[in-house]
Design a protein around this ligand. Structure first.
Ligand code: NAG
Ligand code: NAG
Length: 356
């Protein structure tokens, strides 16, 4: 019985998700004074959005800002999807729960990567005569935990670090365990801004240095709170182990990145430029915005690569896990064009930990 109920619930959920955008596009007529600047269609769309995502705004001012952001995002979404229909781009966008945030607020709340000069480079000699597989997906291989949501905290650096470490521990122990991002946010912190800064951003290589010295707790004993204001609560007697060293992959070289991803036996933490407003509303496909060339501002977990044969010619992609919840992108994952001149700087700061 329980099974049937949960199966029905899943079907119901899928029904809701697949109908959200259709419903958003239909809407019903409504006229409210505070929406005076907008057409009835725009107002309907926003009211439907509010209803579907159960949005609550503190007051009319906050709501007026939300409508403005939402309408701007809808324009971005419409123009991106039009490009997709014309075959000029390989990804689609959609309204989602954070389509009422403007670009700068969104970036401040949902990214959190700070670049640091590299200390050393990837030196390991890999056998390059070996043919790499055409398709790699560490999620399917069981080395990647489910998608999280960093929630208004610039902690993407912690999610990328932890994602890479989870796989290396899983390879060592045979068990995939969710590790604690909050542990890193609270404990790997420097108050003079020379190192990581909790919800205000950080860098994976600094995090490995903490993990080399200290160790890490599991998520279940040190759960995520999405805030940077707590004291360190690391329990060394419950540490799951330390990091022994880490590998930094040759900068801006996607071939080196592909070899490293395969030979690491698990995901690689990468930094990307996530500043394009269409990326905020990415829904599916291969992100291929040609002007994705700014310095990275977001960290994510590279978990695979492949070709998408629904495009002619087949399109090469990198597969990544994001930390914006499952409502964003392809159930929380996304794809970026591969071998496209280091698009979004995906190969500019890539690294993974080694466990003893
Ligand atoms: C750490 O965990 C151990 C084992 O559960 C427990 O006995 C101890 O009190 C914990 N220490 C702290 C500081 O919470
Ligand atoms: C990129 O990395 C590959 C694989 O290690 C190497 O063969 C190639 O020479 C590198 N390319 C450049 C431009 O350094």
């Amino acid at each position: 019985m329980k099974l049937i109920v949960s199966a029905l619930f899943i079907i119901f959920l899928e029904f809701i998700v697949s109908n959200v955008n259709a419903a958003l596009m239909r809407g019903t007529m409504s006229k409210i004074a505070k929406y005076i600047d907008y057409t009835p269609e725009q107002v309907d769309l926003f009211v439907t959005f509010k209803t579907i995502y159960k949005k609550k705004y503190r007051d009319n001012n906050e709501e007026a800002i939300a409508v403005k952001n939402f309408i701007n995002n809808v324009a971005t979404i419409d123009s991106q999807n039009e490009k997709f229909r014309r075959g000029e781009t390989k990804f689609k966008t959609a309204i989602w729960i954070n389509s009422d945030m403007n670009r700068l607020d969104f970036l401040e709340s949902f990214t959190g990567y700070v670049g640091k000069p590299m200390k050393r480079l990837y030196k390991t000699k890999y056998r390059r005569d070996k043919n790499l597989p055409k398709y790699l997906n560490y999620f399917e291989d069981g080395f990647v935990t489910k998608v999280s949501n960093q929630r208004y905290c610039g902690s993407s650096w912690a999610f990328a670090t932890i994602g890479a470490l989870e796989a290396q521990f899983a390879r060592k122990t045979g068990v995939l365990r969710k590790l604690s991002e909050q542990n890193l946010i609270d404990c790997d912190r420097s108050f003079d801004y020379s190192g990581n800064r909790g919800c205000k951003g950080g860098n994976m290589r600094i995090a490995y240095e903490y993990l080399i010295k200290t160790g890490i707790n599991a998520e279940n004993i040190y759960p995520y709170r999405g805030k940077g204001k707590y004291n360190c609560n690391f329990n060394s007697s419950l540490s799951l182990g330390k990091v022994y060293d880490f590998v930094e992959i040759e900068r801006k070289n996607e071939t080196a990145l592909m070899y490293a991803l395969y030979h690491a036996g698990g995901p690689i933490a990468v930094a990307i430029d996530a500043s394009d407003p269409a990326f905020q509303n990415y829904q599916s496909g291969i992100y291929d915005f040609p002007e994705c060339v700014n310095e990275p501002n977001h960290a994510a977990l590279l978990i695979g690569y492949g070709f998408d044969y629904s495009f002619t010619p087949p399109a090469a992609y990198w597969l990544l896990k994001n930390s914006w919840g499952v409502e964003w992108g392809e159930k929380g994952f996304f794809r970026i064009s591969k071998d496209a001149n280091n698009l979004c700087n995906i190969a500019t700061d890539a690294s993974y930990p080694i466990v003893a």
